[in-house]
Design a protein around this ligand. Structure first.
Ligand code: FAD
Length: 405
């Protein structure tokens, strides 16, 4: 019987195992995960799980019923692609096909390792450690005004904490959105009663004493009292364990997959936050750290494994990327990829509660960001997918539905 081994029991790993069964794979499927917990979903960790309005976010999947062997609390340590053997903390595991789905690890704040009161937010354990921090309504300092920082700040304000967000750039989301689009989001922090300090860098974190909060010391000497510090300054593919395996990695440490999500050595696939893939649609390699990519990619991986060996019937993986964020009472959604756009068009006033920004290239929609306009998102995503030519005048009228000329 063919043996498929999936490493990483997050969204991408679980979906790959499930997709294999959905597509009729009858061989062995083993899902290996480093965390001890029943596999769970991450987006609720910065939302309901953090606030305690949901107990957990375990996936509703019956692994026994699907004949998927779960090996939790088991860490992959290396792989020998020639011998087709994965090395793990529980001993060697031979495979016929291997799927790398180890996700990403949060970037740590230099010098903060081991300092009490400094938190990351990636795992269920992280969220459970942060829950009592919110319940005690400590002063919190959030480092980084990215997606995670904004969502954590939202939850902390909701819980009644005093929140200061420290951001090195001059605006939120500086790495991912153009200045004109991120600028209106600056006001969201103040509206929610959070203080956003841009162009500010953390020099060091001083731990608190008994009954005393710690302090975050900024480059300009400002000392911010901090009952807790939450660091949200990005994430890197969790692929350190692949060093020396011969599997090609990219500049961010991501597995360089091809358009069927195959790694550079035979019978190894890579999917989710740990892998990049070439997008013909956007003419560049994409490294996507969002949930929808960890949902869609696994279908391609499973199709390729089911069709193998040598099968070319799996369609290339070339999605219109999609993600959402819930922050400061707003539902923010993004579809596409805007870096090559030549035109930016607004639908609605960005200081109002609901607006959309559209990016076009040569008259075709390539990306959009919708704030509180889910219908724009749904219609726009279809137009991006189809590559339809647009009429800019129609597009800019928020009273009309988003549709082709
Ligand atoms: P992961 O979910 O990271 O899973 C990888 C798993 O592999 C982990 O459990 C890890 O422990 C395990 N692993 C790592 N190394 C090894 C090893 N060597 N051996 C064995 N196991 C290993 N996206 C959105 O689109 N919208 C949102 O609102 C949103 N909210 C988010 C909120 C939070 C707090 C976080 C952290 C992420 C959020 N995301 C959101 C992103 C989304 O959750 C990720 O894109 C998605 O989880 C990626 O899935 P993955 O399976 O590739 O990786």
């Amino acid at each position: 019987e063919r043996r498929v081994v999936v490493v990483g029991a997050g969204m991408a790993g679980v979906q790959t195992a499930v997709a294999l069964r959905e597509q009729g794979f009858t061989g062995n499927v083993t899902l290996i995960g480093a965390e001890p917990h029943q596999p769970y979903d991450r987006p609720p960790l910065s939302k309901a799980v953090l606030l305690g309005t949901a107990d957990g976010s375990a996936f509703d999947v019956d692994f026994d019923e699907l004949g998927i062997t779960l090996r939790l609390g088991c860490e992959a340590l290396g792989v020998d692609p020639g011998a087709h053997v994965l090395d793990t903390s529980g001993g060697p595991v031979p495979y016929d096909a291997l799927v790398l789905a180890t996700g990403a690890e949060p970037v740590r704040l230099p010098g903060s390792d081991g300092v009490p009161g400094v938190h990351l937010l990636r795992t269920l354990d992280d969220a459970e450690r942060l829950r009592p921090v919110l319940a005690r309504q400590h002063d919190v300092v959030v480092v980084g005004a990215g997606w995670i920082g904004a969502e954590f700040a939202t939850a902390a304000r909701e819980a009644g904490c005093a929140v200061t967000v420290v951001e090195a750039a001059d605006r939120p989301l500086a790495d991912v959105l153009p200045a004109e689009v991120a600028a209106p989001m600056t006001a969201w922090y103040a509206d929610a009663g959070a203080e956003l300090r841009t162009r500010a860098r953390v020099r060091r974190v001083e731990p608190g004493g008994p009954g005393e909060p710690g302090r975050v010391v900024l480059d300009d000497g400002t000392r911010l009292p901090a009952g807790a510090v939450v660091v949200g300054i990005g994430a890197r593919p969790a692929t350190g364990w692949l060093a020396g395996s011969g599997i090609a990695l990219g500049a961010h440490g991501e597995v360089l997959a091809d358009d069927r999500l195959r790694a550079s050595v035979p019978d190894v696939h890579a999917v989710g936050d740990c892998a990049s893939f070439p997008s013909a649609r956007y003419g560049e390699r994409l490294l996507v750290h969002h949930w929808d990519n960890a949902l869609q990619g696994p279908r391609t991986v499973a199709a390729d494994i089911v069709d193998a060996p040598g099968g070319e019937t799996a369609a290339p993986y070339d999605p219109v990327p999609y993600f959402w964020s819930e922050q400061f009472g707003r539902f923010v959604q993004y579809a596409g990829h805007h870096t090559a756009a030549d035109t930016t068009l607004w639908r609605g006033d960005p200081s109002s509660p609901a607006w959309t920004v559209c990016w076009l290239r040569e008259g075709r929609l390539v990306a959009l960001l919708a704030v509180g306009r889910p219908r724009d998102l749904a219609q726009g995503k279809r137009l991006i997918q189809a590559g339809t030519a647009m009429d800019p005048a129609l597009l800019a009228d928020p009273a009309r539905p988003l549709k082709a000329a």
